[in-house]
Design a binder for this molecule. Structure first.
Ligand code: G3P
Length: 493
């Protein structure tokens, strides 16, 4: 009897393996962090072998922790940091270069050139994205143009490209499946989200040979079977989605207008917009929320590059505290109405500014500013940025999102959640299961494996743990937010 689904959540700073039961309850978790490489200012890389090793190790560890054998696992779901770009040899599986991470800004000049040449509108019309170093296309072009011999090898059909899901599936299946799912494809800037295929015009714009690209599947699909040597049994890979879309599924946001915000390394607010893609007037992204039975459900997304990473920086860079859990008590010590603003534009600004050259700053320091105020300002920045996104969504959508479902490491902090509800002036709902990203991948696999017949069944499993309702005076809210807008305007380039 198979009673579990194994979800692999390959994130920006760590790989996690989580076992779920049929009710969507967490049975066991294993996690391993891995090294971040910063070879130059604005460059961020991962060693794909670290990604691979930590994924295999955590999968083995989680089975051990739960004291079960691989035979008791019904199948695997994979969710992953999106956009991060890997190119590998189709025979040996050896990557030709490190993974270029989604936050990496090295292709800013190329993007600027393409924008100056007037390609932004056509790229947005086809992909729902903007021309920005964030997406895979220019990262892939950079590898082809800068790693010796790579373009010639690509032209000869010797190489494969994939986002992290694709690389993991290729390895887990012993090189038998070069595939991805529609949500991951929709983040490359090479995929036409209307026609659901790689787009020839985009391939020629970014100078990418089609032979490199994986086959694009539904988010619940047959992605191949793992070789027994990796996880201990041959297991079907049955669900795949980029991590933010997986969280949309894990949060059961299946109706148009339902939205979630995930506070991981970055913060990503995604709202389900239904069967037709609508383009943003406010520089938000249109993306595929999930694709089932060949039918895409679209979503609008606001992407903020730095959220939890601010807390990490305050902890490891400034040594202001030893553990993230201390930030709530620190923030509670601040006097109300302190005027410190921290703009965490460490890797530029994402939506709605899309300013890759902006850099971070702290404003409003006074003689009595202490650790608590700086920490609080770091936490508040995440909420202010969510408000920036909410503002755009309200303007873009006919039926703007109401309550916001939240997840990710930072949402354990009650002070942050209350400030978020106050700043957005909407109810913020925190679910009982915070592992929503992995849960979404497990649900997608479960749909394919027959554990769930419909999305309604999955919706029934969602439970709210705490609702935070706004209680801040309107004038205070607006005053605080104006201060943020002023701080952001000072770091813009
Ligand atoms: O688009 C980047 C995103 O997928 C990364 O997510 O959770 O690793 O911050 P996370």
């Amino acid at each position: 009897m198979t009673s579990f689904i194994l979800a692999i959540d390959q994130g920006t700073t760590s790989s996690r393996a989580i076992l779920f039961d049929r009710e969507g309850q967490v049975v066991a978790v294993a996690q391993q962090e891995f090294t971040q490489h910063y070879p130059h200012d604005g460059w961020i890389e991962h060693d794909p072998e670290d990604i691979w090793d930590t994924v295999v190790a955590t999968c083995r560890e989680v089975l051990k922790k739960a004291k079960i054998t691989a035979e008791e696992v019904a199948g695997v779901g994979i969710t992953n940091q999106r956009e991060t770009t890997i190119v590998w040899d189709r025979i040996t599986g050896k990557p030709v270069y490190n993974a270029i991470v989604w936050q990496d800004r090295r292709t800013s000049a190329l993007c600027e050139k393409l924008r100056d040449e007037g390609h932004n509108q056509s790229v947005q019309a086809k992909t729902g994205l903007l021309i920005d170093p964030y997406f895979s296309a220019t990262k892939l072009a950079w590898i082809l143009d800068n790693v010796e011999g790579t373009r010639a090898r690509a032209d000869k059909g010797e190489l494969l490209f994939g986002t992290v899901d694709s690389f993991l599936i290729w390895r887990l299946t012993g090189g038998r499946h070069h595939v991805t799912d529609a949500t991951n494809a929709s983040r490359t800037a090479l995929f036409n989200i209307h026609e659901q295929c790689w787009d020839d015009d985009l391939l020629s714009l970014f100078d990418i040979p089609a032979s490199l690209l994986p086959e694009v599947k539904d988010s619940s699909d047959d992605f191949g079977t793992t070789e027994a040597r990796w996880l201990g049994a041959e297991l079907p890979i049955a669900g795949v989605a980029g991590d933010q879309q997986a969280a949309l599924v894990g949060q059961a946001c299946f109706q148009p207008g339902m939205g979630k915000s995930t506070y991981g390394t970055g913060c990503f607010m995604i709202v389900n917009t239904g069967e037709t893609p609508s383009l943003s007037r406010n520089r938000l992204l249109t993306t595929i929320g999930y694709r089932l039975n060949g039918k895409p459900t679209y979503a609008m997304e606001g992407s903020i590059f730095v959220a939890g990473a601010t807390v990490q920086w305050l902890r490891d860079g400034l040594n202001l505290f030893a553990d993230a859990s201390e930030t709530e008590a620190l923030a509670r010590q601040t006097r109300s109405g302190h005027s410190v603003y921290l703009v965490p534009a460490f890797t530029g600004l994402g939506a709605p500014h899309w300013d890759p050259k902006a850099r971070g700053a702290i404003f409003g320091l006074t003689r009595d500013t202490g650790i608590a105020e700086i920490v609080a300002a770091g936490l508040q920045a995440v909420c202010y940025q969510t408000r920036d996104l909410q503002h755009c969504m309200n303007d873009d959508m006919e039926a703007p999102p109401g309550n916001l479902r939240v997840d990710g490491g930072m949402v354990k902090n009650n002070w942050v959640m209350q400030f978020l509800a106050d700043m957005l002036n909407v109810q913020v709902d925190r679910p009982t299961i915070l592992e929503t990203t992995a849960l979404g991948a497990a649900y997608l696999a479960g749909l394919r494996l027959g554990w769930y017949q419909t999305l309604d069944e999955i919706e029934q499993l969602w439970r709210c743990e705490t609702s935070f309702t706004p209680s801040m005076e309107e004038t205070t809210r607006e005053q605080l937010y104006q201060g943020w807008l002023d701080a952001v305007s000072r770091v813009r380039t």
